[in-house]
Every structure is written in C-alpha cells, then in structure tokens.
Design a binder for this molecule. Sequence first.
Ligand code: F1P
Length: 356
Amino acid sequence: MIGGAVDVGGVSAHDIVDQPTGWQAALDAVEQNAAVVRQRWTRKRPAHIVITGCGSPFFLASAVAHLLADSGAVGVPITLATADELRRLPATVAPSPASTLLVAISRSGATTEVINAIDRFRAEGGADVWGLTCRSNSPIVERADLAITVDAGFESGVAQTRSFSSMLVAAQAIAAVLGGHDLADAADLAAIGRRCIDIARSNVDQLDLGAHTNRIDFVGSLTNYGLAREAMLKMSEMALTSSAAYHVLEYRHGPIAMTDEHSLLVGLLSPTDTSSELLVLDDVVQLGGRTVAIDASWLPSDSTALPTWARPVLQMPALQMIAHRRAVVMGLDPDHPRHLKAVVHLDGDDTTRSDN
Ligand code: F1P
C-alpha cells in the first residue's frame, strides 16, 4: 500500500504497483511488430516526424522525441505538437505531410483532438501514421497504418499511471528496434521494475509530504523532461498540489525564486550528467528548500545490466507514488481526481466515442 488507509486510492495504488505487467506486454507488442516497424521505416524513410497527444500522452510525446533522437537511426527533424495544434495548424506543424511520419499517442485511442489531428493530417496528404494506445478497439487503431497496442497497460483509474509507463516502454522499444538493438536485452525489465517498486515504496513512505509542503516541483532534462512534466501533471490531478516542471539547469533561471522551507524539489537526474544537475539541487538546499534526487539509490543494483534504452521507465513508479501519497496524506482520493473524465470528447463529437 502506498501510504494511508487501504481503501483510499486503492485502485490507483494497484495500477501503480502492478504496472510491470503492462511493461512486459509493451515489450511483447513491439517484439511482435518489430519486423513491420523496421520495414515501414525503411520503405517510407520519413523526412520529418511529428509526435502528438493530449495530457499525459503529450508529455510522453516529449520523452519519445528524445528516445527517437537518441536511437541513432532516425536523424530527421522531430516536432512535438499538441493534437489541437496539429489539427488547427497542419501546414505549420507538418509543412511536408507527404514525407512526414505522424506518431499519435492516446491511452483510450479516442480523444477527439487526437482523432481530428490524424484526420486533418490525412486530408493534407499525410504519408504515414503510427498509433500508440492501450485500446485495440479504438478509433486511433482504425486510422493508423501501424498500431502498437498495449491493452494490459490500460488502467481503471482516471489519472494515467500504468498506461503512461507501458506506452513509454513501447516507445523505448520502438526506438531500440529502429536503433538496431535487441529487445531480448531487456527481458528482465519487468522483474527489475518490481524490485524498483519495492524500493520506491519504502523511500516514498519516508518522505514528509504533509500540509506544510505547499509546492512540489520536478526537474529533468532531455527524455527526463517529459517524465518530469508527467509527474507535475500527476501532482495536479491526484493531489491538487501546486507543481511545475523544468529542465534541470533551467530551474536556476527563475523558478528557484519559489524556493523556501515549504517547497520540495524532486530531481530526475541524468545518468550521464549528474554532477552539474546535482549542483542545482545543492543550490535549492542552500536556499532552505528540500530536495529529493531520484538517482541510482532508487534503483536495484541489477538495473545497470539493462541497456540504457530500457531504463527511463524505472523512474516512473517513484514519481507516481509521490503524487499518490501526497494525495492520501492531504485527505484526497487519487482514484477520483476532481473535475476529470478519463477521455475528453469535444462537444458534438460522436465519431470518437467507444467503450472507454
Ligand atoms: C488524455 C487525457 C488524460 C487525462 C484526462 C483526460 O487521454 O488528457 O491524460 O488524464 O483523464 O484525458 P487519452 O488521449 O490518452 O485517452
């Protein structure tokens, strides 16, 4: 249990703790489609990639842009756009649609803006659409040339937790396939993820997340920036707590002004640039703020045996647990985020409705 009484937030707690099942399903889904992924990429050779989504998937898109860029095989410009930007400004976001690959991400596969964006991209002559979703039976799958679906990543909770992580694993694996890596090298990801969750649970239980903490910010760079933004969203959705997310070194360029004895800064530290990033956390401590670094001490020692491409997701359970525990400590129920629906359908839209 992640803090508090067993029944408060129990659904999302289960989603978080059980998420390695979704990670394994994501690896399996990409393995099954690996040949198609390689073939489509080689045949279409896009000159531009646009990645889109709404909410959590938009922040996932930010991480995916870095995963694809890091894969070494892609080497083309990558644009990140909300689905609303793409549907309203297709010529700006994707000026050469016939040579552009659109990667559309949506847990439900049914969010109206995402479906509209795909349809608009197609109407403009869009070349190729890859969909990433947790619903096989969904409008995004009907529209995609290549769909990677991770149904086992779908959660009953409204706020995305295991779905985000499972789609992240799928994206990590797609980037690995394009980069020529062997997915078998990550065969232990789910088992290591379970040990990671045990460590995160005990670490998060020891954090003081009570009412005197009035804001909880997150920093992360490159791929970790998308994960930091997703953590910020969890803090808003589940815990109704003021939160912001920045690239690590950007924190000194303004946001650090918010630091005081009531603030907490959570840092997702890059494995390759820890020293300059740690100095930012040191500065915050000097100013009287509290910090937590999600670093190697949050990971089981055998996680270093995983290939680099497989590791980003290991940080997600800790971030989700921090938001979940903050919610419970503050007397909120993270299973029922205020004002939210699991899927946003725009008024008058019947085309995207499914059973989600
Ligand atoms: C996107 C999303 C969620 C958010 C909320 C509303 O849904 O914005 O991220 O938590 O519940 O919908 P989807 O396109 O991934 O189904």
